[in-house]
Design a protein around this ligand. Structure first.
Ligand code: HEM
Length: 370
Protein backbone atom coordinates (compact mmCIF):
# COMPACT_ATOMS: atom_id res chain seq x y z
CA UNK A 1 0.00 0.00 0.00
CA UNK A 2 1.33 3.52 -0.81
CA UNK A 3 2.19 5.64 2.22
CA UNK A 4 1.25 9.26 2.94
CA UNK A 5 4.34 11.42 2.42
CA UNK A 6 5.43 13.51 5.42
CA UNK A 7 5.63 17.28 4.78
CA UNK A 8 8.98 19.11 4.94
CA UNK A 9 9.24 21.65 7.82
CA UNK A 10 9.01 24.82 5.68
CA UNK A 11 8.07 23.67 2.20
CA UNK A 12 5.35 21.25 3.30
CA UNK A 13 4.30 18.93 0.46
CA UNK A 14 5.36 21.34 -2.30
CA UNK A 15 8.50 19.39 -3.35
CA UNK A 16 6.40 16.21 -3.77
CA UNK A 17 3.69 18.15 -5.60
CA UNK A 18 6.25 19.55 -8.02
CA UNK A 19 7.98 16.19 -8.48
CA UNK A 20 5.22 13.58 -8.66
CA UNK A 21 1.75 14.82 -7.70
CA UNK A 22 0.11 11.47 -8.52
CA UNK A 23 2.33 9.60 -6.04
CA UNK A 24 1.59 12.25 -3.41
CA UNK A 25 -2.17 12.06 -4.01
CA UNK A 26 -2.23 8.26 -4.16
CA UNK A 27 -0.13 7.91 -1.02
CA UNK A 28 -2.62 9.97 0.98
CA UNK A 29 -5.68 8.55 -0.75
CA UNK A 30 -4.69 5.03 0.32
CA UNK A 31 -5.13 6.18 3.96
CA UNK A 32 -8.28 8.31 3.75
CA UNK A 33 -10.77 9.72 1.24
CA UNK A 34 -10.35 13.23 2.66
CA UNK A 35 -6.97 14.63 3.67
CA UNK A 36 -4.94 17.77 4.06
CA UNK A 37 -1.79 18.78 2.16
CA UNK A 38 0.46 21.78 2.70
CA UNK A 39 0.95 23.43 -0.68
CA UNK A 40 2.07 26.88 0.44
CA UNK A 41 -1.44 27.20 1.89
CA UNK A 42 -3.57 24.58 3.60
CA UNK A 43 -5.07 22.41 0.88
CA UNK A 44 -7.95 19.99 1.50
CA UNK A 45 -8.33 17.11 -0.96
CA UNK A 46 -11.23 14.69 -1.20
CA UNK A 47 -12.35 12.13 -3.71
CA UNK A 48 -15.60 10.64 -2.41
CA UNK A 49 -18.76 11.36 -4.42
CA UNK A 50 -20.06 13.25 -1.34
CA UNK A 51 -17.05 15.60 -1.39
CA UNK A 52 -17.31 16.08 -5.17
CA UNK A 53 -20.94 17.13 -4.83
CA UNK A 54 -20.20 19.35 -1.82
CA UNK A 55 -17.39 21.16 -3.63
CA UNK A 56 -18.80 21.42 -7.13
CA UNK A 57 -22.36 22.44 -6.25
CA UNK A 58 -21.52 25.58 -4.28
CA UNK A 59 -19.97 28.32 -6.42
CA UNK A 60 -20.55 30.95 -3.73
CA UNK A 61 -18.37 29.20 -1.16
CA UNK A 62 -15.77 27.65 -3.47
CA UNK A 63 -14.40 30.21 -5.89
CA UNK A 64 -12.06 30.11 -8.86
CA UNK A 65 -10.25 33.29 -7.83
CA UNK A 66 -7.06 32.02 -6.19
CA UNK A 67 -7.34 28.53 -7.72
CA UNK A 68 -4.46 26.97 -9.72
CA UNK A 69 -5.88 28.33 -13.01
CA UNK A 70 -5.04 31.84 -11.85
CA UNK A 71 -1.34 30.92 -12.06
CA UNK A 72 -1.47 29.40 -15.55
CA UNK A 73 -1.34 32.22 -18.13
CA UNK A 74 -3.04 29.97 -20.70
CA UNK A 75 -6.07 29.47 -18.47
CA UNK A 76 -6.22 32.68 -16.43
CA UNK A 77 -9.13 34.56 -17.95
CA UNK A 78 -12.56 34.43 -19.54
CA UNK A 79 -15.24 32.25 -18.02
CA UNK A 80 -12.64 30.14 -16.19
CA UNK A 81 -11.91 32.90 -13.69
CA UNK A 82 -15.48 34.22 -13.36
CA UNK A 83 -17.04 33.64 -9.96
CA UNK A 84 -20.58 33.90 -8.57
CA UNK A 85 -22.62 35.97 -9.32
CA UNK A 86 -20.94 36.71 -12.69
CA UNK A 87 -20.21 33.12 -13.73
CA UNK A 88 -23.81 32.02 -14.28
CA UNK A 89 -24.82 34.75 -16.78
CA UNK A 90 -21.58 34.15 -18.69
CA UNK A 91 -22.30 30.43 -18.98
CA UNK A 92 -25.89 31.21 -19.94
CA UNK A 93 -24.44 33.21 -22.84
CA UNK A 94 -21.85 30.63 -23.86
CA UNK A 95 -23.67 27.30 -23.35
CA UNK A 96 -26.06 27.37 -26.34
CA UNK A 97 -23.22 27.64 -28.88
CA UNK A 98 -21.41 24.65 -27.32
CA UNK A 99 -24.49 22.45 -26.98
CA UNK A 100 -24.41 19.07 -28.71
CA UNK A 101 -27.06 20.04 -31.27
CA UNK A 102 -25.50 23.43 -32.01
CA UNK A 103 -22.21 21.66 -32.84
CA UNK A 104 -23.76 19.10 -35.17
CA UNK A 105 -22.94 21.16 -38.27
CA UNK A 106 -19.24 20.92 -37.34
CA UNK A 107 -19.19 17.13 -37.73
CA UNK A 108 -18.60 17.31 -41.50
CA UNK A 109 -16.18 20.24 -41.15
CA UNK A 110 -14.04 18.32 -38.63
CA UNK A 111 -14.21 15.08 -40.64
CA UNK A 112 -13.04 16.94 -43.77
CA UNK A 113 -10.12 18.51 -41.87
CA UNK A 114 -8.98 15.16 -40.48
CA UNK A 115 -9.33 12.93 -43.56
CA UNK A 116 -6.05 14.05 -45.15
CA UNK A 117 -3.96 13.23 -42.06
CA UNK A 118 -5.17 9.63 -41.63
CA UNK A 119 -1.83 7.83 -41.15
CA UNK A 120 -0.50 4.78 -42.98
CA UNK A 121 2.28 2.52 -41.68
CA UNK A 122 3.63 2.97 -38.15
CA UNK A 123 2.92 6.13 -36.18
CA UNK A 124 2.89 7.46 -32.60
CA UNK A 125 -0.71 7.90 -31.51
CA UNK A 126 0.32 10.95 -29.44
CA UNK A 127 1.67 12.86 -32.45
CA UNK A 128 -1.23 11.95 -34.68
CA UNK A 129 -3.75 12.93 -31.95
CA UNK A 130 -2.08 16.31 -31.28
CA UNK A 131 -2.09 17.14 -34.96
CA UNK A 132 -5.70 16.00 -35.35
CA UNK A 133 -6.87 18.16 -32.45
CA UNK A 134 -5.00 21.22 -33.75
CA UNK A 135 -6.75 20.82 -37.11
CA UNK A 136 -10.13 20.12 -35.53
CA UNK A 137 -9.96 23.14 -33.21
CA UNK A 138 -8.87 25.34 -36.11
CA UNK A 139 -11.77 24.04 -38.21
CA UNK A 140 -14.35 24.42 -35.40
CA UNK A 141 -13.38 27.86 -34.17
CA UNK A 142 -12.05 29.50 -37.34
CA UNK A 143 -13.08 27.44 -40.39
CA UNK A 144 -9.38 26.52 -40.60
CA UNK A 145 -8.28 30.13 -41.14
CA UNK A 146 -6.04 30.53 -38.07
CA UNK A 147 -2.33 30.53 -39.08
CA UNK A 148 -1.58 26.81 -38.49
CA UNK A 149 2.08 27.30 -37.50
CA UNK A 150 1.16 30.00 -34.98
CA UNK A 151 -1.59 27.83 -33.46
CA UNK A 152 0.92 25.03 -33.03
CA UNK A 153 3.53 27.36 -31.48
CA UNK A 154 0.87 28.69 -29.11
CA UNK A 155 -0.48 25.36 -27.90
CA UNK A 156 2.51 22.97 -27.85
CA UNK A 157 4.02 24.32 -24.57
CA UNK A 158 0.93 22.83 -22.90
CA UNK A 159 2.42 19.38 -23.56
CA UNK A 160 5.74 20.30 -21.95
CA UNK A 161 6.73 19.47 -18.37
CA UNK A 162 6.62 22.14 -15.67
CA UNK A 163 7.41 24.95 -15.52
CA UNK A 164 6.94 25.45 -19.32
CA UNK A 165 3.12 25.79 -19.28
CA UNK A 166 3.31 28.27 -16.41
CA UNK A 167 5.76 30.72 -17.99
CA UNK A 168 4.44 34.06 -19.27
CA UNK A 169 4.88 34.37 -23.07
CA UNK A 170 3.92 37.98 -23.79
CA UNK A 171 5.24 38.09 -27.38
CA UNK A 172 3.56 34.84 -28.39
CA UNK A 173 0.27 35.82 -26.70
CA UNK A 174 0.37 39.21 -28.50
CA UNK A 175 0.81 37.44 -31.86
CA UNK A 176 -2.10 35.12 -31.05
CA UNK A 177 -4.28 38.07 -30.03
CA UNK A 178 -3.44 39.89 -33.28
CA UNK A 179 -4.38 36.80 -35.30
CA UNK A 180 -7.64 36.44 -33.35
CA UNK A 181 -8.39 40.13 -33.95
CA UNK A 182 -7.80 39.66 -37.71
CA UNK A 183 -10.20 36.71 -37.79
CA UNK A 184 -12.77 38.60 -35.69
CA UNK A 185 -12.76 41.50 -38.13
CA UNK A 186 -13.24 39.12 -41.07
CA UNK A 187 -16.30 37.75 -39.30
CA UNK A 188 -17.66 41.20 -38.56
CA UNK A 189 -17.49 41.85 -42.30
CA UNK A 190 -18.89 38.49 -43.49
CA UNK A 191 -21.06 36.04 -41.55
CA UNK A 192 -19.55 32.62 -40.82
CA UNK A 193 -20.76 29.52 -38.95
CA UNK A 194 -17.76 28.81 -36.75
CA UNK A 195 -17.36 29.12 -32.97
CA UNK A 196 -15.52 32.43 -33.17
CA UNK A 197 -18.56 33.89 -34.95
CA UNK A 198 -20.70 32.60 -32.08
CA UNK A 199 -18.42 34.22 -29.46
CA UNK A 200 -18.45 37.51 -31.36
CA UNK A 201 -21.86 38.52 -29.97
CA UNK A 202 -20.58 38.61 -26.36
CA UNK A 203 -18.06 40.82 -24.55
CA UNK A 204 -14.43 39.70 -24.63
CA UNK A 205 -14.69 37.17 -27.51
CA UNK A 206 -10.98 37.17 -28.11
CA UNK A 207 -10.10 36.11 -24.56
CA UNK A 208 -12.86 33.47 -24.46
CA UNK A 209 -11.56 31.97 -27.71
CA UNK A 210 -7.95 31.95 -26.50
CA UNK A 211 -8.87 30.33 -23.18
CA UNK A 212 -11.05 27.70 -24.84
CA UNK A 213 -8.29 26.71 -27.26
CA UNK A 214 -5.92 26.23 -24.35
CA UNK A 215 -8.48 24.34 -22.23
CA UNK A 216 -9.40 22.12 -25.17
CA UNK A 217 -6.07 21.20 -26.73
CA UNK A 218 -3.95 18.78 -24.70
CA UNK A 219 -6.98 17.47 -22.79
CA UNK A 220 -8.64 16.32 -26.02
CA UNK A 221 -5.38 15.23 -27.70
CA UNK A 222 -4.28 13.00 -24.82
CA UNK A 223 -7.71 11.37 -24.53
CA UNK A 224 -7.70 10.68 -28.27
CA UNK A 225 -4.19 9.16 -28.16
CA UNK A 226 -5.15 6.80 -25.32
CA UNK A 227 -8.50 5.87 -26.89
CA UNK A 228 -6.80 4.91 -30.18
CA UNK A 229 -4.22 2.83 -28.27
CA UNK A 230 -6.79 0.88 -26.26
CA UNK A 231 -9.10 0.32 -29.22
CA UNK A 232 -6.14 -1.01 -31.24
CA UNK A 233 -5.54 -3.46 -28.37
CA UNK A 234 -9.23 -4.44 -28.12
CA UNK A 235 -10.58 -3.83 -31.65
CA UNK A 236 -14.10 -5.11 -30.90
CA UNK A 237 -14.70 -1.72 -29.20
CA UNK A 238 -14.61 -0.11 -32.66
CA UNK A 239 -18.34 -0.80 -32.71
CA UNK A 240 -19.02 1.10 -29.47
CA UNK A 241 -16.91 4.23 -29.55
CA UNK A 242 -19.10 5.97 -27.00
CA UNK A 243 -18.28 3.42 -24.29
CA UNK A 244 -14.61 3.32 -25.37
CA UNK A 245 -14.27 7.10 -25.03
CA UNK A 246 -16.09 7.18 -21.68
CA UNK A 247 -13.83 4.49 -20.30
CA UNK A 248 -10.71 6.24 -21.57
CA UNK A 249 -11.80 9.41 -19.78
CA UNK A 250 -12.45 7.41 -16.62
CA UNK A 251 -9.05 5.73 -16.50
CA UNK A 252 -7.09 8.78 -17.67
CA UNK A 253 -9.03 11.97 -16.82
CA UNK A 254 -6.72 14.67 -18.28
CA UNK A 255 -7.89 17.18 -15.67
CA UNK A 256 -6.68 14.96 -12.83
CA UNK A 257 -7.08 17.65 -10.18
CA UNK A 258 -9.44 20.63 -9.93
CA UNK A 259 -9.02 23.48 -7.50
CA UNK A 260 -11.03 26.20 -5.76
CA UNK A 261 -10.57 28.53 -2.78
CA UNK A 262 -12.85 28.51 0.25
CA UNK A 263 -14.36 32.01 0.49
CA UNK A 264 -15.56 31.38 4.07
CA UNK A 265 -15.02 28.94 6.92
CA UNK A 266 -16.89 25.75 6.13
CA UNK A 267 -17.34 22.31 7.74
CA UNK A 268 -17.06 18.97 5.92
CA UNK A 269 -17.72 15.74 7.83
CA UNK A 270 -16.61 17.28 11.12
CA UNK A 271 -13.47 18.93 9.70
CA UNK A 272 -13.22 22.73 9.64
CA UNK A 273 -11.92 24.15 6.37
CA UNK A 274 -10.75 27.69 7.13
CA UNK A 275 -11.49 30.58 4.77
CA UNK A 276 -8.67 31.03 2.22
CA UNK A 277 -7.78 27.32 2.09
CA UNK A 278 -7.28 25.61 -1.24
CA UNK A 279 -9.89 22.90 -1.83
CA UNK A 280 -9.23 20.19 -4.40
CA UNK A 281 -11.23 17.47 -6.11
CA UNK A 282 -9.57 14.72 -8.10
CA UNK A 283 -11.32 12.93 -10.96
CA UNK A 284 -8.22 10.68 -11.08
CA UNK A 285 -8.61 9.47 -7.48
CA UNK A 286 -12.40 9.23 -7.73
CA UNK A 287 -12.26 7.20 -10.95
CA UNK A 288 -9.62 4.81 -9.59
CA UNK A 289 -11.23 4.17 -6.20
CA UNK A 290 -12.31 0.54 -5.75
CA UNK A 291 -15.23 1.89 -3.72
CA UNK A 292 -16.57 3.45 -6.94
CA UNK A 293 -15.51 0.99 -9.66
CA UNK A 294 -14.82 -2.74 -9.90
CA UNK A 295 -11.28 -3.47 -11.22
CA UNK A 296 -10.69 0.28 -11.49
CA UNK A 297 -7.24 0.02 -13.10
CA UNK A 298 -8.51 -2.06 -16.03
CA UNK A 299 -9.73 -0.49 -19.30
CA UNK A 300 -13.19 -2.11 -19.49
CA UNK A 301 -15.74 -0.08 -21.49
CA UNK A 302 -18.42 -2.69 -20.75
CA UNK A 303 -18.75 -1.16 -17.28
CA UNK A 304 -20.69 1.70 -18.92
CA UNK A 305 -23.55 -0.67 -19.73
CA UNK A 306 -24.89 0.74 -16.45
CA UNK A 307 -24.51 4.29 -15.15
CA UNK A 308 -21.66 5.03 -12.74
CA UNK A 309 -22.58 6.14 -9.21
CA UNK A 310 -23.67 9.80 -8.92
CA UNK A 311 -20.73 12.22 -8.61
CA UNK A 312 -18.25 9.35 -9.20
CA UNK A 313 -17.67 10.08 -12.90
CA UNK A 314 -16.38 13.58 -13.55
CA UNK A 315 -13.79 13.78 -16.35
CA UNK A 316 -15.37 17.09 -17.31
CA UNK A 317 -15.89 18.32 -13.73
CA UNK A 318 -19.46 18.84 -12.54
CA UNK A 319 -22.10 21.35 -11.51
CA UNK A 320 -22.38 24.76 -13.13
CA UNK A 321 -18.68 24.87 -13.99
CA UNK A 322 -18.80 21.62 -15.94
CA UNK A 323 -16.53 21.78 -19.00
CA UNK A 324 -17.89 24.17 -21.62
CA UNK A 325 -16.28 22.12 -24.39
CA UNK A 326 -17.27 18.58 -23.42
CA UNK A 327 -19.55 18.05 -26.44
CA UNK A 328 -16.96 19.58 -28.74
CA UNK A 329 -14.27 17.31 -27.26
CA UNK A 330 -16.48 14.24 -27.73
CA UNK A 331 -17.25 15.25 -31.30
CA UNK A 332 -13.58 15.75 -32.15
CA UNK A 333 -12.47 12.48 -30.52
CA UNK A 334 -15.23 10.51 -32.17
CA UNK A 335 -14.69 12.04 -35.61
CA UNK A 336 -10.94 11.45 -35.39
CA UNK A 337 -11.42 7.81 -34.33
CA UNK A 338 -13.93 7.24 -37.13
CA UNK A 339 -11.38 8.54 -39.65
CA UNK A 340 -8.65 6.34 -38.17
CA UNK A 341 -10.71 3.17 -37.88
CA UNK A 342 -11.64 2.96 -41.56
CA UNK A 343 -8.56 0.66 -41.77
CA UNK A 344 -7.46 -2.02 -39.26
CA UNK A 345 -5.28 -0.72 -36.45
CA UNK A 346 -2.60 -2.77 -34.70
CA UNK A 347 -0.61 -1.94 -31.55
CA UNK A 348 3.18 -2.04 -32.08
CA UNK A 349 4.58 -1.00 -28.69
CA UNK A 350 3.72 1.55 -26.04
CA UNK A 351 3.21 2.43 -22.40
CA UNK A 352 -0.14 4.01 -21.59
CA UNK A 353 0.81 4.81 -17.97
CA UNK A 354 -0.18 8.42 -17.26
CA UNK A 355 2.34 11.11 -16.50
CA UNK A 356 1.17 14.27 -14.73
CA UNK A 357 1.87 17.74 -16.12
CA UNK A 358 -0.69 20.48 -16.50
CA UNK A 359 -2.92 17.58 -17.55
CA UNK A 360 -2.36 13.82 -17.61
CA UNK A 361 -0.48 12.61 -20.67
CA UNK A 362 0.72 9.19 -21.88
CA UNK A 363 4.17 8.65 -20.37
CA UNK A 364 5.78 7.25 -23.53
CA UNK A 365 5.17 6.67 -27.22
CA UNK A 366 2.06 4.70 -28.20
CA UNK A 367 3.16 3.17 -31.51
CA UNK A 368 0.39 1.89 -33.74
CA UNK A 369 0.26 0.54 -37.28
CA UNK A 370 -2.50 1.19 -39.78
C1 HEM B 1 -11.33 15.57 -23.27
C2 HEM B 1 -11.23 16.89 -23.30
C3 HEM B 1 -11.52 17.78 -22.13
C4 HEM B 1 -11.47 17.51 -20.79
C5 HEM B 1 -11.12 16.20 -20.11
C6 HEM B 1 -11.84 18.73 -20.10
C7 HEM B 1 -11.93 18.85 -18.71
C8 HEM B 1 -12.43 19.97 -18.06
C9 HEM B 1 -12.65 20.05 -16.64
C10 HEM B 1 -12.38 18.93 -15.63
C11 HEM B 1 -13.16 21.29 -16.39
C12 HEM B 1 -13.62 21.82 -15.03
C13 HEM B 1 -12.46 22.41 -14.30
C14 HEM B 1 -12.83 22.81 -12.88
O1 HEM B 1 -13.76 22.29 -12.26
O2 HEM B 1 -12.11 23.64 -12.36
C15 HEM B 1 -13.21 21.99 -17.64
C16 HEM B 1 -13.62 23.30 -17.78
C17 HEM B 1 -13.58 24.00 -18.97
N1 HEM B 1 -13.30 23.48 -20.22
FE1 HEM B 1 -12.79 21.59 -20.65
N2 HEM B 1 -12.07 19.71 -21.02
C18 HEM B 1 -11.90 19.18 -22.28
C19 HEM B 1 -12.07 19.82 -23.48
C20 HEM B 1 -12.43 21.14 -23.64
C21 HEM B 1 -12.61 21.80 -24.91
C22 HEM B 1 -12.50 21.15 -26.30
C23 HEM B 1 -12.91 23.09 -24.64
C24 HEM B 1 -13.19 24.14 -25.67
C25 HEM B 1 -14.25 24.90 -25.64
C26 HEM B 1 -12.93 23.24 -23.18
C27 HEM B 1 -13.20 24.41 -22.50
C28 HEM B 1 -13.38 24.51 -21.13
C29 HEM B 1 -13.75 25.74 -20.45
C30 HEM B 1 -13.93 27.12 -21.10
C31 HEM B 1 -13.88 25.42 -19.09
C32 HEM B 1 -14.23 26.36 -17.94
C33 HEM B 1 -15.73 26.30 -17.66
C34 HEM B 1 -16.18 27.20 -16.52
O3 HEM B 1 -15.37 27.50 -15.64
O4 HEM B 1 -17.38 27.52 -16.53
N3 HEM B 1 -12.63 22.04 -22.61
N4 HEM B 1 -12.78 21.16 -18.66
Amino acid sequence: MSAALKPYPLLGHLPFWAGDPLALLEGHAAQADFFELRLGVRAFVGYSPTWNKFLLSDLETFTSAGSFSKFVPYLAGGVILKDAPHHKPRRTDLNPGFHMHALEHLRGVIGAALGPIAPTGQFDSRDWASNAVLLALNASFFEGEFDAALLEDFLTPLHDPFPAPLLPRPTLFRRVNRELQRLLEMRQATKRHDLLSYLLRFSNPLEEARISLAAGYDTTAHTLAWAAWHIANQPHWTTDLEAAIKETLRLYPPGFIGSRRASRDVMFEGQRIPRGSMVLYSPYLTHRAPTNYVAPLEWQPERFASSPPAWAYLPFGGGERICLGMHLANLIIRSALETLLTHPLRPVRGDPTPKPGLTLAPRAALMLER
